[in-house]
Design a protein around this ligand. Sequence first.
Ligand code: CUA
Length: 155
Amino acid sequence: MKIERFEKWFLVVTVVVLVGCVVAVVLSVTQHSVSLPTPSGRIDPQAVTTTAPFTEPGLRPLGDNRYELVLIGRAWAWDGADVTVPKGAEVSIIATSVDVIHGMRIPDTNVNVMVIPGQISQVDVTFDDTGTYTLLCHEYCGIGHHQMGATITVE
Ligand code: CUA
């Protein structure tokens, strides 16, 4: 079987790229602790507002500049958001949804998680810089999706 020269090169490049991808995945998992996000708990989406800690959405100080921020995502708002924390605050965000799938992203931080009915999502973030951070919904959730935001002020 005759293989054209350019076809051979294409095959070589394809194999190199595939091997590179496999090596990158293996190194990410073994050397950089990259892992798939897992739900940190389950919750009955019908009983969110009567299940702790979602009975009281909002910011709760834990001492030593550490906080817990409990959020309920609903179309199209975040219950418990719009808070102010001091610079350097370590905030553990715990969120769930009462209706449809939402997503939570705070640009310029590591916060980027899905917020899914029936699951509790948790993500820890440290706010090292002062300013106003926007908490966005990044999963299309209906006609008011673009308005589903909140602000976290760090001062
Ligand atoms: Cu909630 Cu988009």
